[in-house]
Design a protein around this ligand. Structure first.
Ligand SMILES: NC(=O)c1ccc[n+]([C@@H]2O[C@H](COP(=O)([O-])OP(=O)(O)OC[C@H]3O[C@@H](n4cnc5c(N)ncnc54)[C@H](OP(=O)(O)O)[C@@H]3O)[C@@H](O)[C@H]2O)c1
Length: 281
């Protein structure tokens, strides 16, 4: 059996490909740029783009199980219905879906509406589907790598902001189990990390992993607006700054799903930092 992995060059997809190979599976990977994919040689790499669903026929040929990544703002969020229909026609029976869902937001919330539409298409498809909606990725802190490499510091607001970030390998492990084992059809999993981590502590833990201290330089919201003006769109900056409402929150939700599905506890941020030390040196 060959399993099709979309998003195979992404943060979670790369880990999923590796874990499926380790489990003895044959993997076909979808990418827009096979020449840059740098996947293991035993992976069958196929060129394709969600924005051209008809061009996915080759990738779907002979596939019974596949993993779909929902790309924010484009890709399957606009062509999702077509992709799911093609998958069903091609004979796919099982589908894992990595996406996003904020259950506290209404269906017409601009950040949610496209995602919810895709969720409904998947749930009405007749496929054995499993949704995976993780918490914030530990890997998002890789955006600090340039300033850590250049000056051993991270300049950001809200050192006390706290979240149970999740290791990409744990998200991939949940997906792998849902693809390979029975009993996960119709389930939705919400992987988080095993413990709350303050932003400033994450910076310190990266320093410990790379063997030199890294300073957290706390910016005021005004300084952050100024620093990020040329880096992020204004709405992204304002979204990030409203996170100031969640400082030092010891009650951030921690989901049991990683351990429940995989049988192993999720990785801590210290373990993630050790795994990624080379990215920050
Ligand atoms: N980051 C977070 O904190 C967070 C939290 C919760 C949920 N999520 C969800 O996680 C998902 C993103 O996962 P990730 O971070 O592992 O992905 P990622 O690292 O951003 O990688 C994106 C992947 O999608 C592929 N891709 C992009 N556009 C494509 C297109 N038009 N056609 C075909 N493939 C395309 C890319 O492949 P090529 O470039 O090789 O074509 C790449 O492999 C999203 O659904 C997001 O909502 C993220």
């Amino acid at each position: 059996m060959t399993i099709l992995v979309t998003g195979a060059t992404g943060t979670v997809g790369r880990s999923l490909v590796r874990q499926l190979l380790q489990a003895g599976q044959q993997v076909r990977a979808l990418t827009r740029s096979p020449e840059r994919a740098a996947l293991p040689p035993e992976v069958e790499t196929v060129k394709g783009d969600f924005n051209d669903p008809a061009g996915l026929a080759r990738a779907l040929r002979g596939i019974e199980r596949m993993h779909l990544v929902a790309i924010d703002g484009y890709g399957p969020l606009t062509t999702g219905a077509e992709i799911i229909e093609l998958a069903v026609q091609a004979g796919v029976r099982r589908l894992t879906h990595l996406g996003h869902n904020d259950p506290s937001a209404p269906d017409d919330d601009p950040m949610e509406a496209d995602h919810r539409a895709l969720h409904r298409v998947i749930e009405g498809s007749g496929l054995e589907w499993t949704h995976v909606f993780p918490g914030e990725f530990m890997a998002n802190t890789l955006e600090w790598a340039p300033s850590i490499k250049a000056g051993s510091e991270v300049r950001a607001p809200f050192g006390g902001w706290t979240n149970a970030m999740v290791h990409e390998a744990d998200i991939a492990a949940v997906l792998k189990v849902a693809l390979l084992e029975e009993g996960h059809a119709g389930h939705t999993y919400w992987p988080t990390g095993p413990e709350p981590v303050r932003r400033a502590d994450a910076v310190r833990l990266i320093g410990e992993a790379i063997g030199r201290p890294v300073r957290f330089v706390e910016l005021t919201p005004e300084q952050a607006r100024e620093e990020w003006r040329d880096v992020y769109p204004p709405e992204v900056i304002e979204w990030f700054l409203q996170l100031g409402d969640y400082l030092d929150d010891a009650d951030v939700p921690i989901s049991p799903d990683v351990e429940k599905v995989t049988g192993a506890p999720g990785h801590t941020f210290a373990q993630w930092a050790a795994d990624h030390a080379a990215d920050f040196r």
